[in-house]
Design a protein around this ligand. Structure first.
Ligand SMILES: [Zn+2]
Length: 120
């Protein structure tokens, strides 16, 4: 359950920000790569956040997957076919030659871009 772990990481980050600023998080802007399944991350954030984050609005910007193929030197967009593998690279294939021998340029992000706090 990769997404659960990632969602927990975001929630812990938000708890830390809220504690440091002695406030509550009203809104958060997240950048989530397609490999991390943005829609699934959202569901888990809402589920795991429970009452604590009931009033927090999660805004997610999806980052498409781009790769660089080692075999045929293709570089550009790619699709993730299976995100439930231990190594995300195995779930991404080069759209030109089908190889998994590639480096992922974007699509693995999980970032808190900014937050809007209560009273500020
Ligand atoms: Zn290729």
């Amino acid at each position: 359950m990769h997404e659960v772990e990632l969602a927990n990481r975001v929630l812990n980050g938000l708890r830390q920000i809220a504690a440091e600023r002695k406030s509550r998080v009203l809104e958060v802007n997240l950048k989530v790569g397609e490999i991390n399944e943005p829609s699934s991350i959202r569901l888990w954030l809402e589920k795991l956040g429970g009452d604590e984050f009931r009033s927090t609005k999660f805004k997610i910007t999806k980052v498409p997957i781009t790769i660089k193929c080692v075999k045929c030197e293709y570089s550009g967009n790619a699709k993730s076919i299976d995100t439930h593998l231990p190594d995300p690279k195995l779930g991404v294939a080069c759209p030109k030659c089908g190889a998994h021998d590639l480096s992922i340029t974007t699509g693995q992000e999980l970032e808190i871009v900014d937050v809007k706090l209560e009273g500020g």
